[in-house]
Design a protein around this ligand. Structure first.
Ligand code: GAP
Length: 515
């Protein structure tokens, strides 16, 4: 656990030191759970969005994109169920005056037991050469005991959440003797429901009439535009509408850096289907989305499916793709079978038909919807935690010669190549290097750097994850070749200067992810 905490702290520090993420309004001591993306962070985030958009929209001829407004008619949120049901159970500690999510306190309790299991597994792995983890988990009495505890608490939690039973949530906290993580006190208030939507007021309209919500999910902008898009693009079912945009939630527990934010970005796709086919499409999108993550080189053991124990008000089936963050396996993406809940509710409240005429069956019906929804910021955090490595410099014998390197997939790397003259005082080297930079910048983000010794410049580029460094040296002046250094292997190849731009383009292009 201490090791995991250290890794997470190092990640947060790296994000700040190298211009990926800053606390919002830092000069005023920051705003809790709100963050700004710096120069490299915004490039990485754009690349993540580009990868998602290309995979979902460009690669599917039956998925189109939109960009809906953040503000929507207030009735939208009544129809969607968010006004009545988008709540988290909150509890206050009377002594520390700290506020918590009751379900998260209980989940943290289960995580602690999971930590004990992981310790047992790690100890056993060291003892046996041909260690079979599944067998160990199913036969070791201590591990079985811990797992039974987790299962029992998980069952109680799921039932209480499904039934909106706040008294039972308080009872679970008391039964498990859960203490305030900060002060250690067990002096709790009752559990209350807390609506997560932010709101503001429209122009000069006072009261409920003018109450505007900041959207808590981008999906509703897609639902209300369903017929507009279907008619103007002449799509036939099944077809999808994709969108990337900001969402806002007044989260009670705002911690773990950009994992849980109050302002964040979602990448969502609603796939409209014939009623009755939802199981087929649910399985299909589970596989497609998992493969999207795997294509980045994310190790399979860091990704897993986790069925929802307690379904959202709109879903008849739901699963998370969880990623192993430095603080454990947590939700990265959701795949939800949303039935016809949203379209039917909007149809009812707006009194406007949201039906599809199926030319194949000659019937009109409200389509069912399969949703894939991933937080861009969470994907950013997963990408960073996967990529950041502190390692002994490859090829060096000295154990203490270490480097911090971000081993991003080249297509996601913020800067694709750095160009460096071996000697900045030599005008011929500088001219050649700047010439190459001017050529390369036409097709990708690259950097010219002559501000230090080559070794130091390499380390700086490793720390921001640049896949290629190109050095212009004295041989370049003789034979027009340059050194191309690979970030991960540190192998250096000699290539013709007029070929280098094409090589970098080819090796860093997004299409390598779709191959
Ligand atoms: N339209 C469905 C929906 O919004 P969700 O599970 O509440 O479902 C989808 O959210 C994804 O949005 C999550 O898997 C997560 O990646 C991201 N997300 C949700 N709340 C977030 C928050 N407070 N901060 C960052 N990302 C968040």
């Amino acid at each position: 656990m201490a090791q995991q905490n250290d890794k997470f702290k190092a990640l947060v520090a790296h994000c700040k030191e190298y211009g990926f993420i800053y606390q919002s309004s830092e000069i005023y001591d920051g705003l809790s759970a709100v963050y700004d993306y710096g120069p490299y962070g915004s490039l990485l985030k754009n690349n993540i969005k580009d990868y998602w958009w290309k995979a979902m929209v460009q690669m599917h001829d039956n998925i189109v994109g939109i960009d809906a407004a953040i503000f929507m008619h207030p009735k939208t949120w009544k129809a969607s169920g968010h006004v009545d049901a988008f709540n988290d159970p909150l509890i206050d500690n009377k002594d520390s005056k700290k506020r918590y999510r009751a379900d998260v306190l209980i989940e943290d309790y289960m995580d602690k037991i999971e930590g004990k299991i992981n310790k047992e597994v790690a100890r056993a792995r060291k003892r046996f050469d041909d260690f079979d983890e599944a067998m160990f988990r199913s036969t070791n009495e201590r591990v079985k005991g811990y797992q039974a505890q987790i299962d029992e608490v998980a069952k109680r939690l799921a039932t209480a959440m499904t039934n909106n039973d706040m008294a039972e949530l308080k009872q679970i906290i008391e039964d498990l003797q859960i203490a305030d993580p900060e002060g250690g006190s067990r002096n709790w208030t009752d559990v209350r429901q807390f609506n997560l939507m932010f709101h503001t007021q429209l122009g000069n309209i006072a009261g409920e009439e003018g109450k505007l919500y900041l959207r808590p999910e981008t999906a509703q902008g897609i639902f209300v535009n369903f017929l507009n898009v279907q008619k103007t693009t002449r799509q036939k079912l099944p077809f999808g509408i994709a969108q990337i945009g900001k969402a806002f939630r007044n989260e009670i527990v705002a911690r773990q850096f950009i994992f849980r934010m109050r302002e964040f970005e979602q990448m969502e796709m609603q796939f409209f289907i014939q009623p009755g086919t939802q199981k087929k499409w649910y399985d299909y999108w589970k596989e497609v989305r998992l493969n999207w993550h795997k294509a980045l080189g994310t190790p399979a053991e860091k990704l897993r499916f986790h069925d929802h124990d307690n379904l959202a008000h709109y879903a008849d089936a739901a699963v998370d793709i969880q990623f192993q963050f430095p603080f454990g396996f947590k939700e990265l993406e959701g795949i939800h079978s949303r039935t016809d809940f949203d379209l039917s509710s909007h149809q009812e409240l707006s009194s406007k038909k949201l039906m599809y005429f199926d030319p194949a069956t000659k019937e009109s019906y409200v389509p069912y919807v399969l949703e894939t929804s991933i937080g861009c910021d969470r994907m950013f955090l997963a990408t960073m935690s996967n990529a950041l490595i502190n390692e002994q410099v490859p090829g060096q014998d000295d154990e203490n010669n270490r480097r911090d390197v971000l081993k991003f997939h080249p297509a996601l790397a913020p800067i694709k190549a750095a160009i460096m003259p071996l000697k900045r005082t030599n005008p011929e080297l500088v001219e050649k290097a700047k010439g190459l930079f001017d050529e390369l910048k036409l097709s990708c983000h690259c950097q010219y750097d002559d501000t230090g010794a080559i070794g130091k410049l390499y380390r700086r580029q490793d720390a921001i994850g640049t896949p290629f460094c190109i050095t212009i040296d004295f041989d370049t002046l003789e034979d027009n070749t340059v050194t191309l250094r690979d970030r991960d292997t540190l192998k250096q190849e000699r290539v013709a200067i007029d070929k280098v731009a094409a090589i970098v383009r080819e090796r860093t292009d997004m299409s390598t992810l779709f191959a």
